[in-house]
Design a protein around this ligand. Structure first.
Ligand code: ATR
Length: 278
């Protein structure tokens, strides 16, 4: 689509940024809704992040997304962050306010939940018991979303004690840790199983987690979306469990930013999924 001199501007800051699917994703919506706007990749070195963020209002940008490695550092640069972002310790979305100040948000948590609601509509998160594998940045977004959705307990299994303890502390009293070696022994009463590690991603070994003890009604989801069907999801599906892939989380986390910058709340559709994968 041709843009005019009045085009609204946003983008994604990362280093490197070439792998980001966000320009493709937001570009689809701009075209779909006929918006005079542009969403561009912004390759910003870590040492330049403060200068780059402060330049957004001066360049007329409405805001940006943040990807690796900027999400944590950016939280300390913007003027305010919401409670979810503070709990997670990272932001992925910046909105330039009318006075030029910067508001940071974390939309991974609502994005994760929205993907589950769309992909597993029968799952009742309010009152649910959930097993989360992994305790890194992705796990923090997932756990924050689960707590906001009303889960009663998050069981956390993670290889290193260091990250486990940090996450348990950040989300007390909702998160209890399960020893890594016993991760398969505490699945028999859960409603949802989530893999937040990079295990199962292309080029990585699969997640080693026997599912024999898992109830067939339990939903299984993965934050990994390349491949779309990880080994974990394939094994869960084969035994009859409902599964939700990780691509939807990427799509849904983009919705609040697009709405704030471009003024339209966009839909997450099958056609969008195909476009982003393509
Ligand atoms: P992200 O921000 O994508 O979550 P991260 O912060 O590096 O990335 O976290 C990766 C998570 O995957 C961690 O919980 C990590 O476990 P450790 O705390 O032990 O490092 C987990 N992980 C990565 N590779 C793993 C492996 N081979 N076995 C078990 N866990 C692994």
């Amino acid at each position: 689509m041709t843009i005019t001199g009045k085009a609204r501007l946003a983008g994604v800051m990362g280093w490197p940024v070439g792998h980001s699917r966000s320009p493709r994703l937001h570009g689809y919506w701009l075209e779909r809704y006929g918006i005079d706007g542009a969403y561009v990749p912004l390759a910003v070195r870590p040492e330049d992040l403060g200068t780059a963020l402060r330049a957004l209002p001066k360049l007329g940008f409405r805001g940006c997304n943040l990807t690796v490695p900027h999400k944590e550092q950016a939280m300390h640069i913007v003027d305010r962050v919401d409670d979810t972002a503070r709990m997670i310790g990272a932001i992925n979305t910046v909105v330039v306010e009318a006075d030029g100040s910067l508001t940071g948000r974390n939309t991974d948590a609502p994005g994760f939940v929205a993907n589950l609601v769309q992909g597993a509509p029968k799952l009742e998160l309010d009152g649910a018991t959930v097993m989360v594998i992994g305790a890194g940045g992705a796990a923090r977004g997932v756990v924050a979303g689960l707590i906001e959705a009303g889960v009663v307990q998050v069981r956390l299994a993670n290889r290193s004690a260091e990250k486990t303890n940090a996450l348990v502390r950040a989300f007390e009293p909702y998160v209890v840790s399960t020893p890594w070696g016993e991760r398969a022994d505490h699945l028999d009463d859960i409603d949802l199983l989530v893999n937040t590690t990079s295990l199962g991603m292309e080029g990585q070994p699969p997640l080693d987690l026997p599912l024999d003890g898992l109830p067939r009604r339990a939903v299984v989801t993965d934050v990994v979306y390349a491949p779309l069907e990880t080994d974990l999801l394939a094994r869960a599906r084969a035994r009859g469990n409902p599964v939700v892939d990780g691509l939807g989380m990427l799509l849904h986390q983009a919705v609040p930013g697009f709405e704030a910058w471009f003024g339209v709340r966009p839909d997450v559709t099958e056609d969008l999924r195909r476009h982003v994968l393509g």
